[in-house]
Design a protein around this ligand. Sequence first.
Ligand code: ADP
Ligand code: GN1
Ligand code: MG
Length: 369
Amino acid sequence: MNVDLQHLAPHFQFRGPIMAAIPYGSGHINDTYKVTVEQGGQPVNYIVQRVNHKVFTKTAELMRNIQRVTEHIRRKLEAIPGSDPSRETLTLIPTTDNNCFYQDKDGNFWRTYIFIEKARTYDTVSSTEQARQAARAFGTFQGMLMDLPGGPLFETIPDFHHTPQRFKRLQDAIKTDSKNRAAKAAAEISFALKRGDSVATVVDGLAAGTLPWRVTHNDTKINNVMLNDDDGRGICVIDLDTVMPGSILYDFGDQVRTTTATAAEDEQDLSKVQFRLDMFEALIRGYLETAGSFLNDEEIRLLPFSGRLITFEIGIRFLTDYLEGDVYFKTHRPDHNLDRCRTQFEMVRQMEEKAEAMEKLLASCLKNR
Ligand code: ADP
Ligand code: GN1
Ligand code: MG
C-alpha cells in the first residue's frame, strides 16, 4: 500500500530519494508512515508522521517539548557506557532549513524520526516478561525526566487526564444526544453513570499536594514502547506528543489497561476480554524496579486503583466520541467507538472484582523488594 509522500522529499534531510512509503502502526490520532530512502545505494528507513493538528493545535510548542525531552534523555544516555542513544530515544531528522517539523501548503505538519530497527511494538503482550520490560522502560523514562531543565513542559492538550471533566463531558453528550445514539448505548451509559464517585481521586491528590506533579508520558499504552528483538528489553519509549506535567498514576494505569487485557481494544467478542492478574504482577515488579526509588507512598498505594481509573476514563472518552458522532478517534467501522468502550468497561468490571487481589499482590511485591 504505497503512499505518495514525494512532496516531503525536498524538505527533510533525507540524503537520498524516497523509494517507498507505507502506512504504519495502529494509532488513533496521527498518520504514521514507514518511509524508505535510498542512501548511497542502500535502503534506509524513517518514521514520518503527519501530526493531527485538530487534536494538537499548538504544533510548534508540542515539537519543542519533544526536542527538549529527547535531547535531555540523549545526554543522559551518552553518559551511560554501552547505551545506544539512537535506539534508546527518538531522534528527530531536521528539515532542510533546520527546523524539527515541516508545514506543507495545505497546513499539514510533518515530522521525521530515525527508524529504530530490530525492535518492535506490540498491541497485546504474550508474556509476563514483556509486561515487566515495558513497565521498566516507562519507569526509566520518567526517572530520566525528573531533572528536565528549563521549566515545565507545554501542556499540549489541556486537562488531558482530568477525569472529572471527561465525566462531565460525557454527561453533556448524553443530555444532548446529537446523533440519537444514546438508546443504542443505554447499557454503557448506565454503567458509566454509576461510577462518578472516584473519578476525582488523582486530580484531588494533585491539587492537595499528596500526589506530586511530574513529567509524565500520558499515553503509555503498550504499543508506545519498543521492545528489542534480540533480548526483549524495553528499549525506547515513543509517541511523545502528550509528554507534559501529570501524575505517574495515569502512566502506570494505562499500562495496566493495555497490558493486562487478553484482547484488542476493539474486540467485539467480550468473552475474549480477560484481565490477567499475572500481567499486573509483572507490571508492578518491573515498574518498582525502575521507579520504586522516586515514587512516594501515596503514589505506590494508588497503583492498583490507577488501572481502573484510566480504563474507565478511556472508556468514557470512547463513549463520548460515539455519542458525539466519532469526531475525535479514527474509526474504521460503524460503532467502532462503542465496541472500544465495551472492552474498556468489561476490563473495569473485572478490575473491580480483582481489586483486593491486586492490593495483595502490591503488598507482597513491596515486602519482597
Ligand atoms: P501514533 O500516534 O499513530 O500511535 P506512534 O508514534 O505511536 O504514533 O507510531 C505508530 C507506530 O509506529 C508505533 O506503534 C511503532 O510501531 C512505530 N514507530 C513509531 N516510531 C518509531 C521509530 N522511531 N522506529 C520504529 N518504529 C516506530
Ligand atoms: C489515542 O494516538 P494513540 O492511538 O497512541 C489517545 C490516547 C488514548 C488511546 C486509546 C492524543 O492514542 O489518549 O489512550 O488513543 N491519544 C490522544 O487507544 O487522545
Ligand atoms: Mg502510538
